[in-house]
Design a protein around this ligand. Structure first.
Ligand code: BV8
Ligand code: ZN
Length: 266
């Protein structure tokens, strides 16, 4: 059974994986789907909160109009995410950080599951559901450890109202985070685009930039996306199945050669 599924990975992709030194990964909601976190789009539907499409409730305008409702929406989602566990896709991506010379993981997800699975230096393009930010002085508060339950939370520095520290529609992404992702995308040998519908900009530009700079572009998604047309490989399936499969073709230079040398001397 394993042999059959291994055959679904092309010889070309195996070769690229073996030779890759600089890897850039962009993930979206689909990578957390197998952990039980609902996606926003896909399967023909979109997320809705009390009749509002999520592009309305998750918007800059809604923070101004109804901050308490925005908190209710994010508290509901934090409840789901807080019970979720990382899945084999998160775990494989965490493992890869030690196997490639240069490795950058950028995510549109705000759930923190990449970090929970051991990934370091994750570029959170859209912020984190686990942080609040002061509307007056921009101070941040960790909601895992310092949430008193008050809504909206009050700033520990100036007493101002706080909002979720996420990038909503109509808001600009953190410039330093996006710049680091862009640099890695432009310099990588392989770019993986995993579990994203690739329609939210500017995040969706990153794989286009990688492709434009000569990277080998690989998509992992059960459905086609606007990026499929420019991908070298589109692997149709679930990230939690396909990433562990790809992992078998990633070479482990240091550990592998050491253990080979050790077994030769025995
Ligand atoms: C900006 C965070 C500059 C909070 C999110 C045209 C018209 C109107 C607007 C625009 C336009 N063009 C561009 C825009 C701007 C807009 C945009 O891109 N809109 C799109 C929708 C048209 N972008 C912005 O507003 C951005 N800012 O442009 O700033 C500016 C500023 C002011 C004025 C002018 C310019 C900010 C975007 C940030 C949005 N933040 N949310 C929250 O979560 O509530 S968006 C939201 O979508 C998600 O949070 C996520 O971060 C993002 C992307 O979604 P995906 O991760 O791709 O998830 P999705 O559900 O869509 O897809 C899941 C996929 O997984 C599917 O393909 C499915 O098949 C697949 N899947 C399912 N199961 C699996 C799987 N794959 C693998 N394995 C599985 N098991
Ligand atoms: Zn403040």
């Amino acid at each position: 059974m394993h042999r059959d599924s291994e055959q679904s990975i092309s010889a070309r992709l195996r070769e690229r994986l073996k030779e890759a030194r600089r890897v850039f990964v962009l993930t979206g909601a689909g990578v957390s789907a197998e952990s039980g976190v609902p996606t926003f789009r896909g399967g023909g539907g979109t997320a809705v909160w009390k009749g509002m499409p999520f592009s309305v409730i998750s918007s800059a305008e809604m923070v101004e109009q109804d901050l308490l409702e925005v908190w209710a929406w994010f508290d509901y989602r934090r409840g789901i995410v807080g019970r979720a566990q990382p899945n084999p896709a998160h775990l494989t991506l965490a493992r890869w950080q030690d196997l490639f010379a240069e490795y950058t993981l950028a995510t549109q997800n705000i759930d923190g599951l990449h970090q929970r699975s051991g990934s370091r230096n994750v570029l959170e393009l859209h912020g984190s559901i686990w942080r609040a930010r002061c509307l007056r002085c921009a101070a941040r508060k960790d909601l895992r450890t310092k949430d008193t339950g008050e809504r909206p939370p009050k700033c520990p520095l100036c007493g101002g109202d706080m909002r979720p520290d996420v990038v909503l529609f109509g808001e600009v992404l953190p410039a330093d985070v996006f710049a680091r992702a862009e640099e890695a995308a432009r310099q990588c040998d392989i770019c993986f685009v995993i579990g994203t519908s690739a329609i939210v900009y500017p995040a969706a530009m990153l794989p286009e930039m990688a492709r434009g700079a000569g990277a080998f572009l690989v998509e992992i998604n059960p459905e086609a996306t606007p990026l499929s047309a420019i991908c070298h490989e589109s692997l149709r399936g679930r990230a939690g199945d396909l990433l562990p499969l790809l992992d078998r073709f990633v070479v482990q230079p240091t550990v592998g050669s050491q253990s080979e040398a050790a077994s030769e001397t025995r």
